[in-house]
Write a protein that binds this ligand. Structure first.
Ligand code: ZN
Length: 92
């Protein structure tokens, strides 16, 4: 069975569909350059960047079955709260 990897997030209140296979990652100001390099190395594409606080998870399903996958906004390098979101939008 293939999991539906389609992912949508809300950026500044608007739902944005992400490119398949490109995760959302977060970095603090100190490690954002490092994470950008990492992202490019790993996925061979430069991510779009946003303020972390602008990016929110979107509920999947409806009503009481809605499943909000909270985004882990910690910096991948040091675990501190991330300031910058790295992601790949569809159509960019
Ligand atoms: Zn960090």
């Amino acid at each position: 069975m293939v999991m539906d990897k389609r992912m949508t997030v809300r950026i500044d209140g608007e739902e944005v569909e992400l490119l398949e296979g490109f995760p959302v990652r977060f970095a603090c100001m100190e490690h954002v350059e490092e994470e950008l390099d990492d992202y490019v190395n790993e996925f061979e594409a430069a991510p779009n960047t946003y303020r972390a606080e602008s990016v929110e998870a979107v509920a999947e399903g409806q009503g009481s079955d809605a499943d909000v996958k909270e985004l882990d906004k910690r910096c991948r390098v040091c675990g501190e709260p991330g300031q910058i979101a790295l992601l790949r939008e569809k159509g960019m």
